[in-house]
Design a protein around this ligand. Sequence first.
Ligand SMILES: NC(=O)c1ccc[n+]([C@@H]2O[C@H](COP(=O)([O-])OP(=O)(O)OC[C@H]3O[C@@H](n4cnc5c(N)ncnc54)[C@H](OP(=O)(O)O)[C@@H]3O)[C@@H](O)[C@H]2O)c1
Length: 242
Amino acid sequence: MRLENKVCIVTGSSSGIGKAIAESYAREGATVVVTYNNNKDGAVETAKNCNTDLVYHLDVRDSQQIVDVFADVAQKTGGVDVLVNNAGVNKTNDFDKLSEEDWDFVLDVNLKGVFLCCQKILPHMNEGGSIINIGSLSGEYGGPRTPSYAAAKAGVMSLTHCLARFVGDRKIRVNCLSPGVIGNEFTAKSMAPDVRKLVDNLLLLKHLGTVEDMTGAAVFLASDESSYMTAQTMSINGGAWV
Ligand SMILES: NC(=O)c1ccc[n+]([C@@H]2O[C@H](COP(=O)([O-])OP(=O)(O)OC[C@H]3O[C@@H](n4cnc5c(N)ncnc54)[C@H](OP(=O)(O)O)[C@@H]3O)[C@@H](O)[C@H]2O)c1
């Protein structure tokens, strides 16, 4: 198995992409740490599927909570090998209508949350560890009606480069996994009116992705197979031709 003896934290693994990644890590032999914000039932289900009892409430906007959770994980496991910064939210609106409150909310979770988790994991990361920040197609090209989300995800790519420079000499790798449009609840809530146009006009493969489409790359980036890869963005998006 490709992740045997690795301790892997996946933030926001109560549903969607995070859940699928957590479960794929468990299938590859990892000890998985599941975190959630509101959806405790979802997290418990993920943990059951991952055969782990390491389940934590973790709001990525709360630095003290991050410090406490990561310290507890490290104390129980001896150190962390993989952190997937997956937790994310979206608020869709036209550029001229987006409220300051919604801007702050999305930036706090999607960018500041990634910064805080990256910073607070460092004392607990084993040499050879891997940090995977979940970006987005929107962060690469700008998103339809998602200015805060796209800006935050572009920031995540930049943060990935900054941290990769900082931790390279510790042999810690930092990469960004950038999904395209995934056909789940998140998509339905945030982008529904734009999805059909996007699929027809912009995707070379002419269909939406699934959460399972993200797991192959997520396992690769977590595993030693990608040991010479850092500061990169892997785009898994059906050939988005923007
Ligand atoms: N779906 C797509 O098309 C798509 C495309 C590109 C990128 N992405 C990115 O992929 C990631 C996962 O998205 P998804 O589609 O799987 O959405 P999802 O099913 O809504 O999952 C989002 C996860 O983030 C967690 N979360 C939200 N706010 C949080 C907070 N303040 N602190 C900690 N956790 C929080 C949620 O936890 P609770 O439910 O427990 O509150 C949930 O587990 C996000 O970063 C998203 O931006 C998604």
